[in-house]
Each structure stands twice: as C-alpha cells, then as structure tokens.
Ligand binder design. Structure first.
Ligand code: ADP
Length: 372
C-alpha cells in the first residue's frame, strides 16, 4: 500500500533543481530526499525505498539512463520520471522506452512538478494494489491446492477403497439393493476424484518445468497407446475408433505422458459426444517442419456460439448438473495448456449435428521462446 506520506527521491546534479523540487513537494506532505549524482542516488534508493524517483538524464558520471535501469531492478514497481533539458528530447524518448513513466522538461514550475508527481503516485498506488492482489491470489491458489489434495482428495480416495472392499464382498454379504446403491455412490465419488485430479493438474501446471523433461517422442506410439486404452469405451458406446498414420513419423520433442493426456482427452471427447454407429479417426501426418495430429469424429458437433468458448476452464456446452454426458469442463483447458507448452497450435472445426475435428500442429524442432 502507498503510505500516507509518499517518499520521493530527486537525483540531479543541479542543486537549484533539487532545492526547488524539495520545497514544492514538501509542502504537499511528501518525504523528499536528494542526491547529486547517479552513484549516490542508487545508494540512497536502497536505503530510502522511495515510491517515485525524479532523475536528471544529463549528469556528470553515471548516466540517468543507466540509473533508470538499475533502480528498476531493485524495485520493479517504482515510478521513474525523467527531467530533461530542451536539447535532450530524444533521450527522453529513449527513457520512456526503458519504462520511465513520464518526463518533465526544464525549466518547470512548482505547479507542473506537483501535478506530474501526483499522477505518478496515483500510478504507484495502482501498481502496489495489483501486486498485493496478485500475492493474495497466489496465496489462495496455494491454499486451494493443499485443501483439494489433502483435505478433499485423500479422504475421498480412502472412501472409494473402503467401498470397493464392501462391493467386492470382502466385508461380508450385503443385500443386492445395498450393493446397487453403493455401486452408484462409488461412481459419483470416482467422478469427484477425477474432477479433483483435473483441477489439480491445471492449478499446479508449470510449462517451464515440464519442458525441462522433454525427450524425443514418436506420436505414433502415443496415439496407439491411447487408442488401446480407449477402445473399450468406444466399443461400449458403439463407436468405431481407427488410427490412420505412418509408423515412421518424424519425432517431436515432448513429454510422453502429457502428449498421451492431450490425445486421450481429444479421443475420449470424440467418443463421449458421439452416437452409436459413429466413428472417430486419429490421423497423424507431417509436412515441412510440422507434425500434425487430427482427431476427427462424426458425432454431435458444436455450434459456433459454444465453439469459441470450449477451451475455457469449466466450460461445458451442456452445463446442466444432470447433463446426460458427464464431464468437468476442464479437459480441453488442460489440452490447451499442454499444447502451448509444446510450442504447438490447436485448432478446431465443427458443424453442429455433423461432427468435429481438432487439429494440432507440433513443431519438429522445439523452441521454448516460441512457447513463451
Ligand atoms: P468436458 O468433456 O469434461 O465437459 P471438455 O473441456 O473436454 O469438458 O470439453 C468442453 C465441451 O466441449 C464439452 O462439454 C462438450 O460439449 C464440447 N466438446 C468437446 N469435444 C467435443 C467433440 N468431439 N464433439 C462435440 N462436443 C465436444
């Protein structure tokens, strides 16, 4: 928070400028200190912790531009205003490019300096507030992660295990009615567990950390494994699931687990949002510097109004609590984050009632700077 009496540091070699600013600003109730050159200014900056610094660009010794950069490294939220002579407008522009908030040309009146300082301090107040908000959000996020993983997920997982012991008949006989009800409880609890795991993987996602473990991966192997895992779901729903891909596909850099998660999510959606007799095709191909993964279906399709929002967290086309097809609305937001972390691009095309195609293009050579 900005204190009742904001602190202002003036770094200028001209004593008359320091004194006139000092007089004009002290009258406003600010705490003001002055330094006659860059070195003293930086030293004073670290001790005084000002909210705003006025820096003369043209001083003997260390240049105002250098001082500007150094004090920002110490406090990124400090407001820096440069004082310029008539002849140095181009250096004022340079200073603005380096993040100075504003500039004031010499000579200036007390009223001009008071005005520019009060605007700068308003900006400082907003920056400090948004920083405090960011810290608070981060604290809440950490608390939520700990609550979900320890207080909610762990006891839920234990309850599921107890239920499975009872359902497996290992705790003695139970009536068919009780078994039926417990079976339903088990399914609902499993859905909650799935929701918690998905939320946790989103909340704890760290793209940089993930990229640190990337290896050469053949997407053919990943897609084949996903198809094996999801084949029973497709059979149960009466959906034909096929892979169309060359085995000697170029390798990409990625995480095998997360690539599997991307493809699993897309295939399982294509099965879930489909009809008996429908099909899902997983097509892998390459061209130039890219490898493509397409997951195509002739299922329910998505209309344009929803299509624009399906990658948002918790967004479901049918958001009703009793929607016939269950889901958390987190699957595609996880997919999007994982795709971004691979420096890849995902796109979707869909026609309501006819089907949907998700297409991802992975770069053959991973460049972290493209991702960031
Ligand atoms: P969930 O499936 O858990 O609801 P997702 O984030 O995976 O969440 O998907 C968001 C929404 O996008 C889904 O609710 C669904 O309506 C729609 N959707 C996703 N994939 C398909 C698809 N292949 N066909 C039709 N609708 C889809």
């Amino acid at each position: 928070m900005l204190s009742e009496r904001p602190r202002i540091l003036i770094i200028d070699d001209e004593e008359v400028i320091r004194d006139s600013c000092d007089q004009a600003l002290k009258r406003e109730g600010y705490i003001v200190k002055g330094a006659e050159n860059g070195d003293t200014g930086i030293k004073l900056f670290s001790e005084f912790h000002p909210d705003l610094v006025l820096i003369d660009l043209k001083m003997p010794g260390r240049s105002g531009i250098d001082v500007l950069g150094e004090i920002q490294d110490i406090d990124p939220n400090v407001i820096r205003i440069v004082i310029t002579g008539y002849a140095t407008v181009s250096s004022a522009v340079e200073a603005m490019k380096r993040g100075a908030y504003d500039f004031i040309p010499k000579p200036f009146t007390p009223e001009e300096i008071r005005l520019i300082i009060s605007r700068g301090l308003e900006r400082r107040r907003l920056l400090l507030e948004s920083e405090a908000l960011r810290i608070e959000q981060e604290r809440i996020r950490r608390n939520m992660i700990s609550l979900v993983s320890h207080e909610l997920r762990a006891p839920l997982a234990a309850t599921v295990q107890y239920l499975e012991v009872i359902l497996g008949g290992m705790a003695g006989d139970i009536s068919p009615e009780a078994k039926e009800i417990m079976g339903r409880c088990n399914i609902r609890l499993q859905e909650m567990l799935e929701l918690f795991s998905r939320w946790l993987s989103l909340a704890t996602f760290d793209a940089e950390e993930m990229a640190g473990h990337f290896k050469d991966v053949n997407l053919y192997d990943v897609a084949e494994e996903s198809i094996q895992v999801l084949r029973p779901l497709a059979d149960e729903k009466g959906v034909d699931l096929v892979l169309d891909a060359p085995e000697d596909l170029a390798l990409i850099k990625g995480g095998k687990g997360s690539l599997g998660e991307i493809i699993n999510n897309l295939i399982s959606n294509s099965i879930k949002y489909n009809r008996p007799g429908g099909w899902v095709k997983v097509i892998l191909s390459e061209q130039g510097e890219e490898v493509f993964v397409e997951v195509k279906d002739n299922g329910l399709g998505i209309n344009d109004e929803h299509l624009a929002r399906i990658f948002e967290e918790f967004y479901r086309v049918d958001g009703r609590r009793n929607a016939p097809i269950k889901g958390s609305g987190l699957g595609l937001s996880i997919v999007k984050k994982l795709v971004d972390a691979h420096g890849a691009i995902i796109s979707v095309e869909s026609t309501f009632g006819e089907g949907t195609t998700f297409k991802i293009s992975f770069p053959k050579i991973f460049r972290p700077e493209v991702r960031l």
